[in-house]
Ligand binder design. Structure first.
Ligand code: PLP
Length: 428
């Protein structure tokens, strides 16, 4: 009999120098090495402790820790131990009813709990949707720029992703009409049109009411489903976004995804799909895991039932509005208007700033990190990558506002250096 030690040695010798890519399937292999939102430029050493304005997560001080902890404790005390047992289907009824009631009230279109399927965040929702609807080669039309995480989802199912530009009214529906006509002419099946219709990531823009109507009209004409990502919809400042696409369409031909990640906390992983019940049934078939995280969902349901959400939301809206103003002011004070063009967004987490001519994006991104400020490289949100990108995303939600003035000063230093040709060299 072979000794375990020998088998261990053989296993290590067999596996240790192999690339995981060798066992990856054809869907995942092309995704190796693609850039992520949190990536920093390779080989650049910050001169000072890095200020991080590059993440889409809520303000650390805003996290409702005590209320979540109380809700979790209460749920464990309930008879029946439902929070600690397998749970299948759409998710706990009380939580979905809460969502349905709130949505019916806000949107003026009545829906019930059967219109909601709980998921692992909105990205989990999108994952389930594309795995249920997309065959390799099916066309998905997406905004450009857009949230890179969803692009990974689309690439992961080998969709043929096509792009439509975004302007200050959101997805450009004239360009969409042209693209749809062209694809139709080529005999392509257009399955989905993906939009982040409110406070888009990364641009911060919101799809106007008129464009919403036009988008629905075009989607209907070309037999495409609209996939609306409402991750930031509740985080409005001066005024709420126009009526949702799903309510406008009475749910026909629209699948919406939402999440408590941006309003409450990313770690809770609680999101949902909102669609007509007959459409939701499709997604249930593609859920193979043994149900959902009952503890998390039920604890969060308790948090909602205790009326903790509304006051929390009011508070974070005011907080992010203030932080948006402070960052905007800090950028102006640092004289960055000389180098960048931006519009303060009406909601959400980000300022999207376009580089003025003469400033090279990759050089600015690297030099900024060397000066001690991390922002997102716009290339990560553009399908064409570095070739077509000329923007940076500056995130104000998570970072303490006390750091904005210093962050802006460092960004200004980096811009001055790049403009003068004194840039941090590229490594690798
Ligand atoms: C537009 C958009 N959709 C979805 C997500 C993923 O969020 P979740 O934590 O709900 O999966 C993000 C996160 O940044 C996002 O910006």
């Amino acid at each position: 009999m072979t000794e375990l030690a020998e088998v261990q040695q053989a296993l290590a010798a067999h596996w240790q120098d192999r690339s995981p890519k060798e066992i990856a399937n054809q869907l995942s292999a092309p995704l190796f090495g693609t850039a992520g939102e949190w990536d920093l430029p390779k080989g650049v050493e910050p001169k000072r402790e890095l200020l991080y304005l590059a993440v889409g997560i809520p303000d650390a001080e805003s996290l409702p820790k005590q209320a979540l902890s109380d809700a979790a404790a209460a749920v464990l005390d309930k008879p029946g131990d439902l929070a600690l047992r397998y749970g299948f289907g759409l998710g706990p009824e009380a939580l979905r009813s809460w969502l349905a009631q709130r949505r019916s009230q806000l949107e003026g279109f009545a829906v019930d709990a059967d219109w909601f399927q709980m998921t692992n965040g909105s990205s989990g929702a999108i994952d389930l949707i594309v795995r249920s609807l997309i065959d390799p080669g099916d066309v998905i039309i997406s905004e450009n720029p857009t949230y890179m995480g969803t692009l990974h989802n689309f690439r992961g199912v080998r969709a043929d992703v096509r792009y439509v530009p975004v302007d200050d009214e959101g997805l450009n529906t004239d360009a969409l009409a042209d693209l749809l006509a062209q694809l139709h002419g080529e005999g392509k099946r257009i399955k989905l049109i993906y939009t982040i219709s409110a406070f888009q990531n990364p641009t911060g823009v919101t799809l106007s009411a008129a464009r919403r109507v036009r988008l629905l009209e075009l989607a209907c004409q070309y037999d495409a489903v609209v996939l609306d990502d409402e991750a930031y919809r509740e985080l409005w400042f001066e005024q709420p976004p126009p009526q949702s696409l799903s309510a406008m369409a009475q749910g026909y031909g629209v699948i919406t995804v939402g999440s408590f990640s941006k309003t409450v906390a990313t770690g809770i992983r609680i999101g949902w799909i909102h669609a007509r019940p007959e459409i939701l049934a499709l997604f249930g078939r593609m859920r193979f895991a043994m149900g959902q995280n009952q503890f998390g969902l039920r604890a969060f349901g308790e948090f909602l039932n205790r009326d903790e959400y509304e006051p929390h939301l009011e508070q974070v809206r005011a907080l992010y509005q203030r932080k948006r103003d402070l960052l905007h002011e800090a950028l102006l004070q640092a004289g960055l208007a000389q180098y960048l063009d931006w519009q303060p967004p009406g909601g959400g987490f980000y300022i999207w700033a376009k580089l003025k001519p003469g400033l090279e994006l990759q050089a600015l991104w690297r030099t900024a990190v060397e000066e001690g400020i991390a922002v997102n490289n716009g290339a990560g949100f553009s399908p064409g990558g570095a070739e077509e990108a000329d923007c940076i995303r500056i995130a104000y939600a998570w970072t303490s506002a006390d750091q904005f003035a210093e962050a802006a000063r460092r960004l200004r230093l980096a811009c001055d250096r790049v403009a003068a040709g004194d840039t941090t060299p590229q490594v690798g």
